[in-house]
Design a protein. Structure first.
Length: 141
């Protein structure tokens, strides 16, 4: 899947993302600083029905959010590996446990610890087209 969208269409694109990614659990978000990874993940959380305040996990590394899935409360993990050095540090921070928890995991800066991701990780590439437009590409392994 590849889409180009303006920032005012982000929730529509996020809803389409969840339809296309049905069954996916671990999503690795790639893109330069400022490409819109956190903004898109925020939209994904909103569309999923997250009830918590959605914020960047740059300092805590992992944020847990609750959402309602057909009457059952579920957890969604938002991870930001930007401050981590390598796989070892990611493992100590609990990232690997989260990736294999069975919860939906949305991970920014996965290139900091690529070896710990499951084989079925869905890779999401975001790029800046212009100030108000982004391109997203989704690649399944």
């Amino acid at each position: 899947m590849e889409l180009t969208y303006s920032l005012n269409e982000i929730n529509k694109v996020a809803a389409e993302f969840w339809v296309k990614a049905e069954g996916g659990k671990v999503f690795a978000f790639h893109g330069q600083m400022g490409a819109g990874k956190t903004t898109f993940i925020h939209a994904l959380c909103e569309v999923k029905g997250v009830m918590d305040v959605i914020s960047s996990p740059t300092f805590p590394i992992i944020n847990e959010y609750k959402y309602d899935c057909e009457g059952t409360m579920r957890l969604l993990l938002h991870m930001d590996l930007y401050r981590l050095k390598d796989e070892e540090e990611a493992i100590r921070a609990g990232v690997e446990d989260g990736l294999f928890s069975g919860f939906i995991c949305l991970v920014e800066w996965p290139e900091k610890a690529p070896a710990i991701f499951p084989d079925n990780t869905i890779h999401v590439y975001l790029e800046v087209v212009d100030e108000k437009t982004r391109r997203i590409k989704i690649a399944k392994n």
